[in-house]
Design a protein around this ligand. Sequence first.
Ligand code: HEC
Ligand code: HEC
Length: 324
Amino acid sequence: MKIVLRILKWTAIVLIVLFAGLAIAANMMYDRKYDAPYPDIKASSDSAIIAHGQHLVLSTAHCAECHFKPDDSTKVKNGEDFQLAGGGFPFLFPGGAFYSRNISSDKETGIGNLKDGEIARALRYGVKHDGTVLIPAMEYQNLSDEDLTAIISYLRTIPAVSHKVPDNDFNLFGKAILAFLIRPESPVKTPPAKMTPDTTAQYGEYLARFVSGCRSCHTERNPNTGAYIGEELAGGPFEQVKGDPPRMLYTANLTPDPTGVLHDWTFEKFRDRFHQGTSIPESVMPWFAFKKLNDTELMALWKYLHTIKPVHHDVGAYVQLIKK
Ligand code: HEC
Ligand code: HEC
């Protein structure tokens, strides 16, 4: 009996020491600095480049989805103009809260003081201007040099809006995730210098995977780390919807399988669906931004989605009660 108690006591001591060690390490490492190169990207004042950047920011790359300011949420829903002054909605997870930043050119509260290379590095290498890791919510690492240039060129034209977004806030669990599980995301291979918009499946793949984030939402992921765990573009549980009773939002299966949503659609139906905008109030798909996708982009996406591997996966309703 005595020996059992002694073993239990020592096990408890070892566990406490281990836990304390992990807690100290998490506290020390969650805001560690990473090295990444500054891409050689310079903002341009060419009006065609700025216009392309505006289309990417407000529509195709839907930056506006997260970087609006809380007061502007109704304007976003109604398709009116709004400011990219950040903080629109906090990303809440069991480890704490992240806030999207003010990306207007205000020098104090926005990105007016960041260099082009610092913004480019954040988007391409997932390392923020202060050297810490950017949470994996922004998957733009593989944007072409030309698209990255266009985006930054447009950001530079956004008038300054003074709006202080709260700092990120993490508990010990959140710090441990940042310290041990989240690493800056790099491009999968050297990003192309240029991707000319056309209606090919190849351009559609570039949009779906690297610009518009279709893959990032329509593939099941680990809710804490963001790691991909499901079949590519086959849909699945996305996140819990706010409110009671507990309900889960699902994304559609976009693969060319009979269980996929597109299997009996025509291109016209696909295009009309995008022009229609949000139909399910709980949905987080940035329909307001994708409403403005042009026909070239929609045709490219349509073609690409018909070249990917069919996955048999009946997602069911997009909003479902969570069974306890
Ligand atoms: C899904 C939501 C989301 C989308 C879409 C998004 N962002 Fe962000 N962005 C965030 C969040 C959240 C942060 C803060 C992350 C953090 O603190 O780790 C951020 C931070 C930033 C920063 C600050 C980086 C730094 O050095 O501090 C810039 C610049 C930025 N985003 C630009 C963009 C641009 C440009 C786009 C579109 C191409 C975009 N974002 C799309 C959520 C988003
Ligand atoms: C931020 C997450 C997110 C992104 C990014 C996203 N989707 Fe979705 N998508 C959803 C969710 C959630 C649903 C189910 C609810 C709904 O229909 O709005 C959905 C539904 C759909 C549907 C089915 C609509 C219907 O009426 O049945 C199609 C088609 C679709 N998405 C295509 C795309 C394409 C193509 C892209 C990239 C251009 C994309 N989605 C990007 C989250 C996302």
